[in-house]
Design a protein around this ligand. Sequence first.
Ligand code: AKB
Length: 317
Amino acid sequence: MTEAVHYIIGASGQLGTELALSLQMRGERVVLSDVRRPEHADLQVLPFEMLDVRDRQALDVALEKAGATKVYLLAAALSARGEGDPEWAWDLNMRGLLNVLEHAAASEVVDQIFWPSSIAVFGPETPAVAPQKGERKPTTVYGISKNAGEQWCAWYRAHRGVDVRSVRFPGLIGHRSVPGGGTTDYAVDIFIEANATGAYTCFLSEHQRLPMLYMDDAVDSIHELMAAPAADLTVETSYNIHGMDFTPGELAQAIAERVEGFTIVYKPDFREAIAASWPDALADADARKDWGWAPKVGMDELVKIMLEAKKMALSET
Ligand code: AKB
């Protein structure tokens, strides 16, 4: 068996940085690519390539040169930024995915793809606790692209034999990298501001509940799903996974219990409507049954971890 070569597209982003660090810790061979260099100091020693995933020819050359066997496509336009530039968001999210799937279908070297879907595939008609097969009528450009992406993955799996695996991520909260352009970003920004200034202005309303996941659990979900025997996977689109759910008010309260004098004000903007269209939580029994999904970190533990990690820069908005 040849040694696995893990190729991360979008390696300088919030999830890409953390996945790269985790694979590096595991002693795996990793190649990074993005349209900007990774910032994390530990990643500077890894091979890096400037790559725009929309460029099919450049992608083919890069994956072949690296001898990539496992490709993680994490480059994407997220929900908030996508609403401002729909064509760009659709093009990046769809062209990128189709390029990777086409490459994998033709390649004898690539044996697995990971592509993240999102809670954004659901819409206002989905029940508050989204079932695995819940109605998917997304109302954002990002959600529409993730929804179409799920079906494309299912098609390439069924018709071209591509082993592509996927979960629906909720908001991801970690302290080694910052998010940018998402609706759930407040749940990272709030910790940065709590540590830096003791005050936060929230762009969602106090009672807007959303599902969230601690970053280490998110990265573990990728490793676990990629390692699962294909025969055990019964979901043909993307797996629901759930870690915790809370409102900005509940999170602020938990922070205030640990940061003396912490204050929050609520100034909901256009992201409030996006958040309101998403479910509060996800029913994840299939992921638990098929590949042993079991998150380790709940809200209390998350707040402790995030407040202890003080060295964070502000995320882009
Ligand atoms: C976003 O807020 O757009 C993303 C997501 C929920 O997929 N974090």
